[in-house]
Design a protein around this ligand. Sequence first.
Ligand code: GTP
Ligand code: MG
Length: 264
Amino acid sequence: MDNGNAKHNGTDQVAPPLRLLIVGQKRTGKSSVGNTILCKEAFNTWGGADSAVAHGESEGRQLMVVDACGWGTNENLVHKQEKLEIFNALSLCEPGPHILLLVIPLLHFSHSEKAALQKRMEILTEGVWRHTMVVFTLGDRLRDCSIQDHIQTTGKDLQWLMEKCRYRCHVLNNKTPQDRQQVSGLLDRAEDMLMENGGWHFSLHMYSRLEEEWSRREMEMKEKILERHDGAGKTSRGLAVISYRNQKGGLRLNDTLMKLVYHG
Ligand SMILES: Nc1nc2c(ncn2[C@@H]2O[C@H](COP(=O)(O)OP(=O)(O)OP(=O)(O)O)[C@@H](O)[C@H]2O)c(=O)[nH]1
Ligand SMILES: [Mg+2]
């Protein structure tokens, strides 16, 4: 598997491009983000377009950018078509995106927007958050306030999102694409993330296997605890471990388990 390291490898060979997948709700500025990064009109901004891919060089980096079709606002249901669109966008950046840029406009972030976003990201497994950076659009609205102030004052739903992304975020003003500093800042951040992830790109297949493996282990552990409980009356310590896990929810992607899946 290509570990996707987009940096130069010390030989004359050209390094593979950094693959960026832009996702988010409809009309949030996704295509504009792609255009600002690539410094050209690669994606149309009239709205309603299908997912599209564009290549280019920006700030000394070779890039492959996929602009995913935007998702809807329904917080309870992800339509089948929407799911297919997400898979289609993923397939456009085979073998997988290095970084997902999750586009959020610098406006109020409501609880229903959070719920709708969570439902779509769940399709990509918990592991997707390791590869996700928030890109705030409408950077021209920020004016006297810092992004930290905005996050602090916008409320707990945005804070939840920031925690999911480990506070990795970047602000873009798509009305000033000539400001290349904002783009090089974003690409630096993306490359740092890639390094933190050991050069690995996001793979839905790999993380799905990881989740299956984790559920299987959890079931096994529960069964063992129940067996012991039936046999010996009380195992309050073991049961406490399970309830702690359930409270925390989600996956613990520890390195041992990842190795097991990569090489297993
Ligand atoms: N002022 C301002 N407007 C922006 C910014 N980014 C995007 N817009 C505007 O927001 C509108 C939507 O932008 P798009 O890039 O088409 O958004 P999208 O998410 O690709 O939209 P869909 O493909 O329809 O889901 C356009 O009119 C853009 O000009 C920004 O940073 N500042
Ligand atoms: Mg668009």
